[in-house]
Design a protein around this ligand. Structure first.
Ligand code: CTP
Length: 421
């Protein structure tokens, strides 16, 4: 069966994390966190019994999306087929003896077992149970049957089980399961490695220009889209340096992070890193102005005349992106430079017009533009909707999607530009 997914969606990998009803479900929360931090999109499908051990709120908070729910929820989306088909990997941790039995015999009495029947991607089952249950002939036979069909059934660890007893049957530690998941995806050729051998620099976050030791001029950029760009590039094989301005987001897996505060610090870092980069992505929101003077001590309101406007003199910062484009033109090695722009426009047409003008003014290869102001376009949002303006004025719309998906769509464009003769 062919998958209905587009290549863009496939690039940001979908993992279904099934959780069956065992005490080790709590460890699965850590596995979920590792997967999400590495940039995978994880849909959690806990069985009813699993929800008795770890509640819905935990899975939703850690995955950043609703749990898959039951067979009878959102039936218009035909979830028992859609989830399995769209998954790049299904991992069940813990897999109880009951779950192994149902999976081995093709039973489909809940959403998770339906997903196991519809999934065409690799499936990993990580059993956890008491030693007697693991050693029981029925379980042994189920495990053999599953393995003979190509399912990866991870060997449980030996050690402390529930209560005072110990033996074989412990769920392996979350970092071991994470490594297994990544290795199995790699074996399946995922994610695509179309940025292998490329050196990529991404700036993200928002700069802060100090007024005095306690105040600054800043902006509302969360850094999420830039961090997603860095994570996606690393997944696709690039050597990635992320220059982060004032973001508290965790460093994506495999990415080297440099912290900066002000526009001048960001400029120094990105100018240096760009010297050897194949691609520079300026996703950071950079201050256009900074206070002419930074006061060495806290500015006191009583030092100013009552009702007088605060005398904060500002000066322009350099346009870093335009400077990078100028330098790139003098290089022998071609370099692709990508800008980002958030605009408070009223319509899609205005966004496209402004995007084209701004891309031409900056001279970058691509400009990724989004509209700000609406409820959905909040800076903290996990989703984004953008238009990508190319150097030939072509405009590509990327519909609202998770920022990871948008990041992969932008990288698809960058790969096209680098491949162009
Ligand atoms: N940028 C930059 N240096 C600056 C300001 C912006 O490199 N001093 C980069 C941003 O990182 C982004 C792009 O330029 O990639 C567009 O940012 P934006 O703030 O929209 O551009 P401005 O030129 O500042 O235009 P505006 O007057 O609309 O703010």
């Amino acid at each position: 069966m062919t998958s209905p997914r587009s290549t863009t969606e496939a690039a940001a990998l979908n993992i279904v994390l099934g959780v069956a009803g065992g005490i080790a479900a709590y460890k699965s929360a850590s596995l979920l966190r590792l997967l999400v931090e590495a940039g995978y999109r994880v849909t959690v499908e806990p069985t009813e019994a699993a929800l008795r051990f770890v509640g819905q709120a935990t899975w939703e908070a850690l995955s950043g999306q609703p749990i898959a729910g039951g067979l009878w929820q959102n039936t218009h989306e035909v979830p028992h087929v859609a989830l399995g088909r769209s998954a790049d990997l299904v991992i069940v941790a813990p897999a109880t003896a009951d779950l192994l039995g149902r999976a081995a015999h093709g039973l489909a009495d809940d959403l998770l077992t339906n997903v196991l029947l519809t999934a065409t991607c690799p499936v990993v089952l990580a059993p956890a149970m008491h030693t007697e249950m693991w050693d029981n002939a029925a379980t042994r036979a189920n495990v053999e049957l599953l393995r003979s069909r190509g399912v990866t059934v991870v060997e449980p660890d030996e050690g402390r089980l529930t209560g005072a007893d110990s033996g074989k049957g412990r769920l392996p530690e979350p970092d071991q399961l994470f490594a297994t998941a990544v290795a199995i995806l790699r074996r399946a050729g995922l994610p695509r490695q179309d940025l292998a051998g490329r050196r990529v620099v991404v700036t993200a976050g928002g700069t802060r220009e100090p007024l005095d030791p306690v105040r600054f001029l800043g902006n509302r950029s969360s850094g999420r889209q830039g961090f997603a760009m860095a994570a996606a590039a690393a997944r696709r094989g690039a050597d990635v340096v992320l220059i982060s301005a004032n973001s508290t987001l965790p460093t994506p897996a495999g990415v080297k992070r440099i912290e900066v505060g002000t526009a001048a610090q960001l400029q120094a870092a990105v100018t240096q890193e760009a010297l050897t980069a194949d691609v520079v992505v300026m996703a950071a929101a950079v201050a256009d102005f900074r206070p002419v003077q930074v006061q060495p001590t806290k500015i006191k309101k009583n030092d100013l005349a009552t009702d007088a406007p605060a005398p904060i003199a500002l000066e322009r910062t350099d346009d870093i992106l335009a400077g990078l484009v100028r330098e790139a033109r003098n290089r022998v090695m071609p370099q692709v430079i990508v800008g980002f722009a958030a605009e408070t426009v009223e319509s899609h047409q205005d966004l496209v017009r402004m995007g084209r003008d701004k891309r031409a003014a900056k001279g970058c290869d691509l400009l990724v533009c989004n509209q700000v102001g609406g409820a959905e376009s909040a800076f903290e949002s996990l989703t984004n909707e953008v238009v990508i303006v190319s150097a030939d004025d072509r405009v590509t719309q990327i519909a609202r999607a998770h920022k990871d998906v948008v990041a992969d769509a932008v990288w698809d464009h960058i790969v096209d530009v680098t491949a162009a003769p």
